[in-house]
Structure formats: structure tokens, C-alpha cells
Design a protein around this ligand. Structure first.
Ligand SMILES: [Zn+2]
Length: 401
């Protein structure tokens, strides 16, 4: 470890960054602080300006660690602008099923462009949902860190093993290239049978998992009363769900006992997650090693249902909130700052520091990559981005490689 002082700061090849503010991943430092990295952007220290010597890059705005997008579906990028807004959840799902097939060339082109868009917007790591192997080629380039969540669905209990085996084939292809950052995961409470949850829960043991959670009010309605738009979904799909019996509990309360084995589980959306749902998760965390993260995707909520999480969700869970863009099928852009900007207006109790922390430190912790990403601690290489002081227009100053 090198102790930094004025002499070696001027002779060794350090990079020095100063701005109106430096956001460290957890707190905001003012313009008197200078971030010191080596040539590759590995963090050395944050020191006072008067001790930093010469050749300081001065920037207007906020310097931050690169952003972590905890919920995306890169493979759906070719559906940008294809599905109309405000259809509600069930019709959105039906349209995805109907329209997702496309020539491989178009799919690959859209994936490449969407990744470039994320990089341009300061995103350095992504929790990415995969139903196909379509994103493997792009991910092999190593431009962004991905945790691949290979997603399985199947609500009919008799199909559990068959669905599991099909998902396992896709998982094995990902695991060949990305053995440490691929997990088989359930799609959502309303699309996974108990039998399939059981098969999945063992494979997620001590790994990082995710599930779509309470994205629409109809999801809770289906579980609490056995009625509503999800019964229409299965009718349209020609799937007999007469076996299904409501437990008169919310969707999360009905399936939470399947979420006990992963080391971390990212719950995506949480639009209709109540305080009592959160209490159920807390008691699971108290009895197991599982940690839960709430991944907020407000612009996808706006696109599909125009419903948003309850502000109360944020109040007690600030260290467990992370952000996601969802896919270009339900968002106009893959940009966490646009999500932050919207949340800033929507949820008055959240500070800039809270919002930036969701996008950096918390996201890195949710994806288990805090040894490299999410904050400006010595030895990390989190990428350095510049944001203007109004939290718009992110720009990469230095990458993570
Ligand atoms: Zn999603």
C-alpha cells in the first residue's frame, strides 16, 4: 500500500478527480475533496485538496462510482417501442409472448445497442434476466459485469420437471462461460408452481437469486381471492388452473417460504408490497442467512401499470433498496439517472444521497460484487462517472477495466 503525499502524488502516475461534489457510494463530499486512483481507476484514496498536489482534473457536477442496474432483460431490447404503454400487466405479458420472436440478427443488433446505451449512461454492472441464450455472445465481450438470472416459469405442477430441465439446459450454457455469476431463478409467484419452486430453491442455495414480485395489484388479487385478470391470462393461454386454490394471502406471503435458501434475493418491482409483506421477509432473514433487496423500477411501472411502490417501503429499508430499468420492452431508455430523476419527484422523502446509494453501494451489495463495485473504497475499481448537479446526463470518466 502506498501512502499518498504531495511528493509521490506528483511523481507517480496517479489520476486525480475533483468536482462540486464527490459521492462515495454512501455519502456526499464537497469540492475540497480529491479522489485519487491509479491509471486503471483503482481507488487509492480520497484526500483533502491541499494535500493532492498538481494535475487535478476539475469537473462540474458530481463524481460517483459507476451505476448498478439490478433488473434488466437485455434479450428483450428488440421490443423497444413495440408494446403500447399502459396496457396493464396481463396484456403486457400477452404481448411479450406474442411479439418476442424475431430474426436473430435483429435481436443481436438490439442487444449490442442496448448495452452501449447502458455504458453511455454510466452503468457498469447489471442483474440480467435470461429466458434464452441470446445475450451470451455480447456478454462474452466483458464490457459490463452481468449476473445472469436464468428464469423459469411453469404454473402447472405436472410440467415442473420438464420446465426445470429446459431451464437447466440454458443455465448450463451460461454457466460454461460465467460459472460464478449465473443462477436459475423463478419468474414470479403467479407463474411458478410449488413443485417448480421446490426444484429451483435447491439450485439457488447460497447463490444470488431474484423474482418478479407484486408488480400489479391483480397479482395480489389472484392470490388473495383467486379471481381477476390473471385468471383471464390463463384462460387466454388455454391453461387449466382449476388446481389453484387461493390461500387468502398476498402473492409474496403465499410463496415466501420458497425464498429461504439463496444468500440474497432481489425482489423486482414491489409495486404492491405492504409493510406486512416486508415483515414476513424480515422474519425469514432473521431465521436464515437470506438477505432481501427491493428493486424499484419506476419507469417500467409507469409504462405498464401507472402504479408505483408505496413511499412507506423506502422508509425502513433504505439499505436494501436497489434500482432497475427493466427492459426496453417496458422502458424508453436504460438509464438509472432517468429513474432517479423520476423517483426524486415522486417520493419526496428520498434525498439525493439515498437515491445515488440505491444505484451504487446497495446495488453492488445486492449482486454480491461489493469487493470491486459500488463505492470509492481503496482497492476497488468501480468505474468513475460524472453526473451534472441536477442528477442528469451521466458520463463515464473511467471504466472498470
Ligand atoms: Zn422484469
Amino acid at each position: 500500500m502506498i501512502i499518498l503525499n504531495v511528493t509521490n502524488l506528483n511523481t507517480l502516475p496517479y489520476l486525480k478527480f475533483q468536482a462540486d461534489n464527490i459521492f462515495t457510494g454512501t455519502e456526499m463530499l464537497g469540492s475540497n475533496s480529491v479522489l485519487i486512483t491509479d491509471e486503471k481507476g483503482i481507488i487509492e484514496d480520497i484526500i483533502d485538496k491541499k494535500d493532492a498536489g498538481e494535475n487535478i482534473q476539475k469537473h462540474v457536477g458530481i463524481i460517483s462510482p459507476g451505476f448498478i442496474n439490478c433488473h434488466c432483460h437485455l434479450e428483450l431490447s428488440h421490443l423497444k417501442g413495440v408494446i403500447p404503454e399502459h396496457t396493464g400487466m396481463v396484456d403486457f405479458i400477452l404481448q411479450i409472448l406474442e411479439k418476442r420472436a424475431s430474426p436473430q440478427e435483429l435481436i443481436q443488433d438490439a442487444i449490442e445497442k442496448a448495452e452501449a446505451e447502458m455504458i453511455a449512461n454510466g452503468i457498469v454492472a447489471v442483474g440480467d434476466i435470461c429466458n434464452t441464450t441470446n445475450t451470451i455472445n455480447q456478454k462474452k465481450k466483458g464490457n459490463i459485469y452481468y449476473h445472469n438470472f436464468i428464469e423459469i416459469s411453469g404454473f402447472v405442477p405436472q410440467s415442473a420437471q420438464e420446465r426445470f430441465d429446459a431451464g437447466l439446459d440454458i443455465y448450463n450454457e451460461f454457466a460454461t462461460h460465467f460459472p460464478n455469476n449465473s443462477t436459475l431463478v423463478p419468474h414470479a409467484p403467479y407463474s411458478v408452481s410449488n413443485d417448480l419452486f421446490e426444484l429451483l430453491s435447491d439450485t439457488s442455495k447460497n447463490k444470488i437469486s431474484t423474482i418478479h414480485n407484486q408488480e400489479s395489484k391483480e397479482e395480489n388479487e389472484f392470490f388473495e381471492q383467486g379471481i381477476g385478470d390473471f385468471t383471464r391470462l390463463y384462460k387466454v393461454l388455454g391453461i387449466d388452473i382449476s388446481f389453484f386454490e387461493s390461500q387468502h394471502k398476498t402473492s409474496l406471503a403465499s410463496i415466501a417460504h420458497h425464498l429461504t435458501k439463496a444468500s440474497k434475493t432481489i425482489l423486482a418491482h414491489d409495486t404492491f408490497t405492504s409493510s406486512s409483506d416486508v415483515e414476513i421477509l424480515k422474519s425469514i432473514s432473521g431465521n436464515t442467512k437470506t438477505q432481501f433487496y427491493f428493486c424499484i423500477c419506476v419507469l417500467a411501472n409507469k409504462y405498464i401499470t401507472r402504479s408505483f411502490p408505496n413511499q412507506a417501503l423506502f422508509e425502513k429499508n433504505l439499505s436494501n433498496i436497489v434500482l432497475g430499468t427493466d427492459s426496453l420492452a417496458s422502458n424508453h431508455t436504460l438509464n438509472l439517472l432517468t429513474e432517479i430523476e423520476f423517483m426524486k419527484n415522486k417520493f419526496s422523502t428520498l434525498s439525493d444521497v439515498d437515491l445515488l446509494r440505491f444505484a451504487t453501494n446497495n446495488g453492488a451489495s445486492a449482486l454480491g460484487i461489493e469487493n470491486k463495485y459500488g463505492s470509492f473504497k481503496r482497492g476497488k475499481q468501480p468505474g468513475i462517472i460524472l453526473i451534472d448537479k441536477y442528477l442528469k446526463s451521466p458520463k463515464s470518466l473511467i471504466s472498470t477495466k
